[in-house]
Write a protein that binds this ligand. Structure first.
Ligand code: PMP
Length: 385
């Protein structure tokens, strides 16, 4: 029987199923320990769950306002001022989103037109480039310098043209675990001064930063704040990635445009969860323990693999740890990651998938947001390889 349409011209011809889906499926098929996809295997706070439950029972189950619950936006404004000294008006400058991903996509959709250039840093979180392409933009790639994944701002300067509309930054950085310093932010401030470039600052790991480092949010820098969308994720902060809840903060003129797109992409987000988050976020002790909590996990994992043949690339933030396996084999990252999952029982993510040209540095990404017993089991295997 004839099928309609008889041919489809894909808007994303290069894109297949993401590696995260592939590796998680492979891990489950082969009963491997899954350190591939970035999600915790420990529980969400009982208190937070009971708050959601409470608000559901109270009848908070219909559409929330398009901008998000005012009470939650107010708490976010207070938190941004407390942490970063930044003043955002909760009425006009903060919006609740269905996770960081939707905030990023909606900001791109609101501003990127055919032919606009968007600078992204590779290795890049996988949603940025498809978001740019779906909206007619042209990705321009700057490379983070291996092995410490720092930015060479001269490279970035050279990429800027009259068509540059946007730069997407991400700190703490997935997959590398590198973080941007105050000097980096000042360099960005300098090269974007007197331009119309909009910045999306993906800060979903804002609370996952180690070694006593300070998170350098765009909103600490007035010259950046005025042109930036600061993107956060409650999924990352509260170990609830499956809730897909996040937020975005930007000056009023940018937010007005964002909302035009947002209201037709998702319109509004989960109501009872917003009520619960507003209560939960108010108590600082529910999130200010996170750097110590995750640094302990990182150090626990690193101690366990100390005797292995993997070389550690320092991670200063996120819940990811890169390991260089060049002392073990010459195999390509994807081949080794798949073989490790199938034959050895530990799933990871090849870093090459974060590059449009699949750059191979014989490096794999491991997620350490796991229970100690999970990390112990995985480390035992890694030490034998
Ligand atoms: N940005 C980065 C760098 C991420 O790692 C992730 C989640 N893996 C997101 C954005 C998306 O966050 P959310 O789940 O809140 O959509």
């Amino acid at each position: 029987m004839a099928r309609f349409p008889d041919s489809i011209t894909s808007k994303l011809p290069q894109v297949g199923t993401t590696i995260f889906t592939v590796m998680s499926a492979l891990a489950s098929e082969h009963k491997a320990i899954n350190l591939s996809q970035g999600f915790p295997d420990f529980a969400v706070s009982e208190k937070l769950i009971s708050l959601v439950n409470q608000y559901m029972k109270k009848g908070c189950n219909q559409y929330a306002p398009m901008q998000g619950l005012m009470r939650l936006r107010e708490v976010l404004a207070q938190k941004a001022e407390f942490l970063y000294g930044a003043k955002y008006n909760p009425e006009t400058e903060i919006n609740i989103t269905a996770g960081g991903t939707q905030a990023i996509f909606s900001a791109i959709a609101a501003f990127i037109r055919d032919g606009d250039e968007v600078i992204v840093f590779e290795p890049a979180y996988d949603s940025y480039v498809p978001g740019v392409l779906l909206n007619g933009g042209i990705p321009k790639y700057a490379q983070l310098k291996h092995p410490d994944y720092h930015i060479d701002w001269n490279d970035v300067k050279k990429l800027i043209t009259h068509n540059t509309r946007m730069i997407i930054i991400n700190s703490p950085h997935n997959p590398s675990g590198s973080v941007l310093s105050a000097d980096d932010m000042k360099a960005l401030e300098k090269i974007t001064r007197k331009t119309n470039i909009i910045i999306i600052s993906d800060e979903v790991y804002e609370h996952l930063i180690y070694e006593g480092l300070q998170h350098e949010s765009v909103c600490r820098f007035p010259g950046l704040m005025e042109r930036s969308f600061m993107v956060g994720s409650f999924g990352k902060t509260f170990h609830a990635t499956g809730w897909k809840m996040g937020y975005v903060m930007a000056p009023e003129n940018l937010m007005a445009e964002f909302r035009k797109a947002h209201q037709f992409i998702v319109f509004t987000c989960n109501t009872p969860v917003q009520h619960a988050l507003a209560d939960f976020l108010t108590d600082r002790s529910n999130w200010d323990y996170l750097p110590e909590f995750y640094q302990k996990k990182r150090d626990f994992f690193l101690k366990l693999i100390r005797g292995s043949r993997f070389k550690v690339i320092p991670s200063y933030g996120t819940y990811f740890q890169l390991l260089d396996y060049s002392a073990i084999t010459d195999e390509k990252e994807t081949d080794f990651a798949i073989r490790m999952t199938k034959e050895m029982g530990v799933a990871s993510i090849p870093v090459s998938v974060f590059y449009h040209k699949m750059l191979d540095n014989q490096t794999l990404r491991f997620c350490f947001a796991k229970k100690e017993e999970t990390l112990e089991k995985a480390a035992k295997i890694l030490c034998k390889i």
